[in-house]
Design a protein. Structure first.
Length: 547
């Protein structure tokens, strides 16, 4: 074999090759400064994903991803249970605001010293009372469909965000609903299925239109293109091909469209990748594995035993041909079993023909590694969803208190973050739109010279949203820790009541006061917890008066 051609440089030295030689590639020498950039190794050479833009990587495939995710949530217990677990821990049955107006900002804006902590407390109580009247009206006037109250609407919107990637609503103005025995406010929430948010006539994304979102030169949403009907509604074909353009907000800042999603990259304008998206493939594999094991177990249960003959029919027939002897043998066997149906009660006594024997099928289902495989997949699912493995499987048999509490605390961080983001991005605009009308309809306590609502929308609308409490694994230990935290100045009754019990601390104190007074009114001995703040209990001996 001839030697390869060598090219010399100006100094007479051999120049290095322009690309790595096949020999160097096979020898495993490093061809890039990062292993992640290696394109020649057997592990990495076929892995060359495309560098998509934030919207392009999702919007074209959004419908396929969402349809598969919904199918899993509809038909798979693990997926449905996991979504329910997140909903119950983040939103619960009563998702409500604790109004905390920014009185310092209001005092700075107006120069009025009447904005203080006492005013903020009185204002918050009045606003919360009006909110409850609107949000929990038994007539369901706050819902455009008049089916759900506001907490239930919030839960449904959050479910859309978890499964579909988007939570979408329109703040309607319906003054015709206001009247005696009807609605108290004209502000109405209409939830929109995220499928209806799309580019008109399914056009590809353009410079100022991304997945149905109209944006400006900086990427800020200006309005939304929403179908009049879902594309799956065959009876509304004309409306399904008609889009309405709805602006994001009014000229003075009142929200019209509320759109919440969890972006993964800067410049993203749609959701679509719900919390199940990274684990759809593994969950589908687990569903198939479960079905296969179940089918095999059913077959084993049905096919429990069989009778073995001393002669192989095919072997005997090939040896004897069409001999009458083999036919006679088979005929005698059939007649034997037909005539000897001896019963003992409801059970038939097995009487075998000479040479026959019964063999039982060994039912080895599920397979020996089924439990380990299922557990591994569920741990992967739990990690992808931000839950603990025990929350997904509902199996707490293999953990102790420390392990369970550690896992739940990690999961609680993710749940609390998801709740806060949903509260800021979805619940807060809904509250702001309602409060704007409530300022005009109600007589809230305001100091003289208070700024108009639209001048200080953020300060007036500031609130904290309360959902279900974290709960306890060991109530004694954790409540003792909460008391130590409050006594040491590291926590407050408001925080402990909200995070652990999901209750309003003022409601707790008011109820305790009524209970203590109930003991006194009935002449009963107050319990030990009633001796608060050094107040003497009935067991305390009063000191004699000084002379």
């Amino acid at each position: 074999m001839s030697n390869p051609v060598q090219i010399l440089g100006p100094d007479g030295q051999v120049l290095p090759p322009a690309r790595p030689s096949r020999a160097s590639m096979l020898s495993g020498s490093q061809t890039s400064p990062y292993d992640a950039a290696d394109i020649f190794s057997g592990q990495m050479e076929a892995w060359r994903p495309y560098l998509w833009s934030p919207d392009a990587q999702l919007n074209m495939y959004r419908d396929r991803i969402v349809s598969r995710t919904r199918d899993l949530v509809r038909n798979d217990g693990w997926a449905a249970g996991s979504v329910t677990r997140v909903l119950d821990n983040a939103i619960g049955a009563n998702f409500r605001p604790i109004v905390k107006p920014d009185y310092r900002a209001l005092a700075q804006i107006s120069g009025n010293t009447g904005f203080d902590a006492d005013w903020a407390d009185a204002f918050g109580r009045a606003v919360e009372a009006s909110w409850r009247r609107w949000a929990n009206d038994p007539g369901r006037w706050a819902d455009a469909q008049r089916h759900l109250n506001i907490s239930q609407l919030m839960r449904l919107a959050f479910r859309h965000k978890l499964v579909d990637g988007d939570a979408l609503a329109i703040m309607r103005w319906m003054p015709d609903r206001v009247g005696p025995g009807r609605a108290h406010y004209a502000t109405v929430v209409q939830l929109i299925d995220p499928d209806r948010l799309s580019n008109p006539y399914q056009r590809f994304d353009m410079m100022h239109q991304r997945g149905g979102v109209e944006i400006d030169e900086y990427g800020a949403a200006q309005g939304y293109w929403i179908r009049k009907a879902h594309q799956g509604d065959w009876w509304a074909a004309a409306q399904g091909m008609t889009w309405d353009y709805i602006p994001r907000e009014t000229a003075w800042g009142r929200p019209i469209v509320v759109h919440d999603f969890e972006p993964e990259r800067a410049g993203q304008h749609r959701g679509g990748a719900g919390i199940l998206t990274p684990i759809v493939q593994r969950l589908k594999m687990l569903v198939k594995y479960d079905s296969t094991e179940l089918d095999a177990a059913i077959v084993n249960a049905i096919f429990g035993a069989y009778i073995e003959s001393p002669f192989d029919p095919e072997f005997v027939q090939s040896a004897l041909g069409d001999s009458a002897e083999i036919n006679a043998y088979q005929t005698q066997r059939s007649d034997f079993h037909q005539e000897r149906k001896i019963m003992l009660g409801e059970a038939r006594m097995p009487i075998l023909f000479p040479g026959e024997k019964i063999n039982a099928v060994n039912a080895t289902r599920p397979a020996a590694n089924f439990k380990d495989f299922e557990s591994a997949v569920l741990r992967n699912v739990a990690s992808g969803m931000g839950l603990s493995a025990q929350q997904v499987s509902n199996d707490w048999s293999d953990v102790n208190y420390s392990s369970a509490r550690g896992a739940l605390l990690e999961a609680w961080k993710t749940l609390a973050r998801r709740r806060d983001e949903f509260a800021q991005n979805f619940a807060a605009p809904v509250f702001s739109a309602w409060l704007e009308e409530a300022f005009e309809a109600e007589n809230f306590p305001l100091p003289p010279g208070a700024p108009e609502f639209i001048e200080a929308r953020a300060a007036y609308s500031r609130c904290r949203w309360m959902g279900p409490g974290r709960g306890w694994i060991d109530p004694v230990k954790e409540k003792e820790g909460a008391i130590l935290g409050m006594d040491g100045g590291l926590s407050t009754l408001e925080n402990e009541a909200a995070e652990n019990a999901g209750e309003d601390w003022e409601d707790i104190l008011d109820q305790r006061r009524r209970e203590v007074q109930g003991f006194k009114d009935r002449g009963l001995e107050p319990p030990t917890w009633a001796n608060l703040g050094g107040m003497p209990s009935r067991q305390t001996v009063e000191a004699p008066e000084e002379a």
